[in-house]
Design a protein around this ligand. Structure first.
Ligand code: ADP
Ligand code: MG
Length: 698
């Protein structure tokens, strides 16, 4: 793009907008565009310039502001060059201000006789009390003190604190912050909450004497108000989505007596667990209604979600509708495909297979089978929702490991299901996840989602023992692999995640593969990584599944869904680089058979505190729900939900682990507003969410 000409280069071109100053550009970079953005840009902390402390009352290490008169100031050269000023306050007590870096302007201001206000941390020095590098200014005797605390904002190098303070203060005056909420919509038990405008005023410029600890802990009434408003907006948009959905129509899918559903149950090589029966019934009741189901099926790794999905699919197919099953990776999709073919094809169901790597004629044929309705069940990756795939009669969509799909893919799916708005019937939606969503989180983000939980593992599973080793014990671990293989077992070795570089990832996996092959002569050691062509991947997987391959070295491509019951040892290298949920998923690959299984977490030293906490959590518990809770604690909800992908934290002010009572109030209030004050509801959502509304529904 050609550069814009300098403003004065041409008389004929229309006057350009005045060029933005560096601080203006820096503000935009921080996302501070509108008045409301600035009004919601809250201080990191405050400085107290509302009081003066007599020098005699200063306490070591406690920041304070003093006022005193310069007695003398001079440059000392030892132990290094510095400016030292001695000041006397009105009570005659002396304090030293010391500057190791200084400018001529400092010297000029600190003339004998000048009256100075200085703020800093007093220290008892060798020559009495002193402040090193205090902030200071000259004042007239009797100059008024600030009557509010001074905010210190998060900022960047090009944006001076003083500039930002002014910009925020004037935006705060202009921003449209009038009270929207009627009294009955305010949280009960918090009748004295300030209005939004008062709350922001207080958070930016707390009055002298405000409790700094309450402000810092976000428990101050001003914080409560702000957090409530945010949660309310979020609950409103969820409820609205729910109501929009309730108006939609879906095919009522009734399980027929003696139908496919019963035939599948009879053909299964196992009996359903009680939990599986319960959730299958919940789902069956949902899809029998003429409104689209929107349900999350959560259950720990290995709890048997696939068969529950297959049963729902059987009902849909029997009623003459198609079912789509999507998984986030090809490997996982392929496992589903294999299992569903095995279960359903003998019962006469046509199953199609659609992924990104299937191209050309083969893909075309599949797309035709889907469009004609000949394929009753379509299994694949997100290739299933590409634009050229048109279902004849889609009745049920199942999404496995729902949280692993990106935000964009989730929105795309939503559009696919909703169609162009002209279709009369929408498909039912079943999402599955092995990463259980903690209750408060489910309430906050999935207000319009029903949740079914499988809280029981199929019988015959053995708990996995988890052991931590520093990576200098690698040789011992390799020896242990030999023992395991001698007993006819199989082993996974997971290579570290190197986020910056897929190439390094691969190099590491290749090296480990070579090392293990050399250490285990006569054994087949396989390698599986994300860059391999799909055909090669599935060849490796089937060797491992068939038991010919003893050890499988893999990058995280095996994270979800791989099912090889004879594997009883898993080694995860540089386990500290993985997230908790991911470690839990990986560990779930072993302990699927009857043999006692072990998961070894090798870690690099030194460990970060968060890394240490994660590994400790893994060793202490196997319960996916407990792990999710700790994950939330360690990482915070934004990251937990994968919101980082969008570069936008979901909630900026409220904290779901601490604000559950406010969340409940916001829920009540959201329902009330939609019921009695729909225009207020709309205005509130607009104020808070703007362009984020669509994202929050995804
Ligand atoms: P996940 O919930 O992690 O997706 P899967 O659906 O892959 O779990 O099931 C894990 C394994 O358990 C599969 O091999 C599956 O066939 C088996 N399985 C599922 N339900 C039962 C059951 N009720 N009894 C015994 N095995 C079961
Ligand atoms: Mg699964």
């Amino acid at each position: 793009m050609p550069k814009a000409p300098p403003a004065d280069s041409s008389q004929s071109s229309p006057p350009a907008a005045p060029p933005k100053s560096a601080p203006q550009r820096a503000m935009e970079k921080l996302g501070l565009h509108r008045d409301i953005d600035l009004a919601l840009h809250l201080p990191l902390r405050y400085e107290d310039e509302t009081r003066l402390t007599p020098v005699a009352e200063l306490r070591d290490g406690e920041p304070a502001q003093i006022e005193a008169t310069v007695r003398d100031a001079r440059i000392e050269l030892r132990p290094r060059r510095q400016l030292v000023a001695r000041l006397v306050d009105d009570d005659g007590d002396v304090i030293v201000l010391r500057f190791l870096h200084f400018y001529p302007s400092h010297q000029k201001a600190l003339q004998p006789g000048a009256r100075i206000r200085a703020r800093g941390e007093p220290r008892g020095g060798f020559f009495g009390l002193e402040m090193v590098h205090p902030a200071f200014k000259t004042v007239e005797p009797g100059a008024p003190l600030a009557d509010v605390l001074t905010p210190v904002y998060p900022t960047s190098a090009q944006l001076p604190q003083a500039y930002l303070r002014k910009a925020v203060a004037s935006a705060l005056k202009r921003a449209p912050l009038h009270e929207l909420l009627p009294a009955e919509a305010l949280p009960q038990g918090h009748e004295n909450l300030p209005s939004l405008r008062e709350a922001l005023q207080c958070l930016h410029h707390p009055p002298a004497g405000a409790s700094l600890s309450a402000l810092e802990d976000k428990q101050h009434p001003a914080w409560q108000r702000l957090k409530f408003e945010e949660l309310l907006a979020q609950q409103l948009s969820q409820l609205q989505a729910q109501r929009e959905r309730a108006r939609l129509k879906a095919p009522a899918l009734q399980a027929a007596r003696g139908g496919l559903h019963e035939k599948l149950l009879a053909a299964l090589p196992f009996a359903l667990t009680g939990a599986q029966r319960r959730v299958a019934d919940e789902i069956a009741a949902d899809i029998a209604r003429p409104q689209p189901m929107h349900r999350l099926l959560q259950g720990d790794v290995g709890s048997g979600k696939t068969v529950v999905a297959a049963l729902a699919a059987a009902v849909a197919i029997d009623a003459g509708w198609q079912c789509a099953l999507m998984a986030p990776t090809e490997i996982l999709a392929e496992q589903h495909f294999a299992k569903l073919v095995q279960w359903l094809e003998p019962l006469g169901v046509g199953v199609a297979w659609l992924t990104g790597s299937r191209k050309g004629k083969a893909r075309q044929r599949m797309v035709e089978r889907v469009a004609s309705g000949e394929a009753a069940l379509v299994v694949g990756t997100h290739a299933v929702i590409q634009d050229d795939v048109q279902f004849a009669r889609l009745g049920l969509a199942v999404i496995d490991e729902q949280h692993r799909f990106g935000v964009a893919q989730r929105l795309q799916l939503r559009r696919k299901l909703e169609g162009d708005g002209t279709q009369k019937l929408e498909p039912h939606l079943l999402m599955m996840s092995a990463t259980p969503i903690p209750r408060t989180l489910a309430m906050a983000y999935f207000a319009d989602l029903e949740v079914s939980t499988i809280d029981e593992l199929p019988p015959g599973r053995t708990p996995v023992l988890t052991k931590l080793f520093a990576d200098n014990r690698r040789a011992d671990v390799i020896a242990r692999i030999g023992d395991e293989l001698a007993q006819g077992r199989q082993v996974y070795w997971v290579c570290p995640l190197i986020e910056e570089s897929e190439t390094l990832d691969l190099k590491n996996a290749t090296e480990t593969h070579a090392q293990l092959s050399a250490a285990l002569p006569g054994r087949m050691v396989g390698l599986l990584h994300g860059r391999m062509p799909a055909a090669e991947k599935s060849a490796v997987m089937s060797l491992f599944k068939g038991g010919e391959m003893a050890v499988l070295v893999a990058t995280t491509v095996i994270e979800v869904g791989v099912d090889v019951p004879n594997a009883s040892l898993m080694v995860i290298e540089h386990a500290e680089r993985f997230g908790l949920a991911q470690l839990h998923q990986l560990r779930g690959r072993v302990g699927r058979g009857t043999a006692a299984s072990v998961c070894v977490l090798l870690y690099g030293t030194p460990l970060s505190p968060a890394g240490k906490e994660r590994l400790r959590a893994m060793a202490e518990t196997q319960d996916g729900f407990e792990i999710a809770r700790r994950d939330l604690e360690i990482r915070g909800p934004g990251e937990f939900m994968g919101a980082r992908q969008s570069g936008d934290a979901l909630l900026r002010f409220a904290d779901l682990t601490e604000d559950a009572p406010l969340l409940r109030e916001a829920r009540r209030s959201a329902a009330l507003l939609l019921e009695r004050h729909p225009t207020v509801a709309r205005a509130h959502v607009e104020r808070w969410l703007e362009s984020r509304a669509e994202y929050l529904k995804a």
